[in-house]
Design a binder for this molecule. Structure first.
Ligand code: FMN
Length: 204
């Protein structure tokens, strides 16, 4: 069994999503002691933004530039890690109403026509990923976005991630959420405690 653990916060040791994603991984390791874990810290080790060179290479253009070759190779590693994973755990902070740009860059490398999905002739999306996967997202945000809240329409974070994974045929997504983190120390610690309670309830 393989677990892919991804962090994408730029806040280092102060990051809440990093500590929650680590706790989710520890819980899953306790449930599945022989699980193999691959870790990607997208804040310290990230691929470049897509460029015309990347897209041309996808369509068979020869690549001679060393930097681009290495970057494309790392994107291939991302694809292989995604395909191999049975479980994916993602630390996903909300920055400016969506995912961090570091996480978006990863998404740009794993949502690839002909590699992870294809369209049928009638326009349906077919996944090309080899197996179903379980996904856990440690979602952290300064404000709160429940339906009915004044900011609900700004929520392009969990809904975006769920949409991306559903597009790839991955529907088993569990969100562990700590929100309202900017509402003061009491609200912050209550939100983190609630998320920790959700983590201890993970049973598979
Ligand atoms: C650059 C930046 C942008 C942010 N944008 C938002 C935002 O749009 N909405 C929100 O509710 N919180 C926002 N926050 C607050 C973060 O979501 C909050 O600090 C959360 O803890 C981030 O997760 P992390 O601690 O793992 O980095 C932002 C924080 C930063 C640093």
């Amino acid at each position: 069994m393989k677990l892919l653990h991804i962090d994408s916060s730029v806040l280092g040791d102060d990051s809440v999503s990093r500590s929650l994603s680590a706790e989710i991984v520890a819980k899953l390791k306790a449930l599945h002691p022989s699980i193999d874990i691959v870790y990607r810290d997208l804040a310290s080790d990230v691929v470049d933004h897509l460029s015309i060179g990347h897209i041309a290479a996808r369509y068979g253009a020869p690549v001679e530039e060393k930097g681009l070759l290495g970057d494309i190779a790392k994107g291939e590693e991302y694809l292989a890690e995604l395909a191999d994973a049975d479980i994916i755990v993602i630390g996903a902070p909300m920055y400016n109403f969506s995912v961090s740009s570091q996480l978006k860059v990863w998404i740009d490398r794993i949502v690839v026509a002909g590699r992870t999905f294809k369209y049928s002739e009638t326009g349906e999306v077919q996944t090309l990923l080899p197996a179903a996967k379980k996904i856990f997202i440690a979602s952290t945000r300064g404000s709160a976005y429940a339906s009915g809240s004044p900011y609900a329409a700004f929520e392009h974070h969990e809904s975006y991630l769920k949409g991306v994974f559903a597009f790839l045929g991955l529907h088993d997504v569990t969100i562990v959420r700590a929100e309202g983190l900017a509402y003061g120390p009491d609200a912050r610690s209550a939100a983190i405690s609630q998320a920790r309670g959700e983590i201890s309830a993970i049973s598979a």
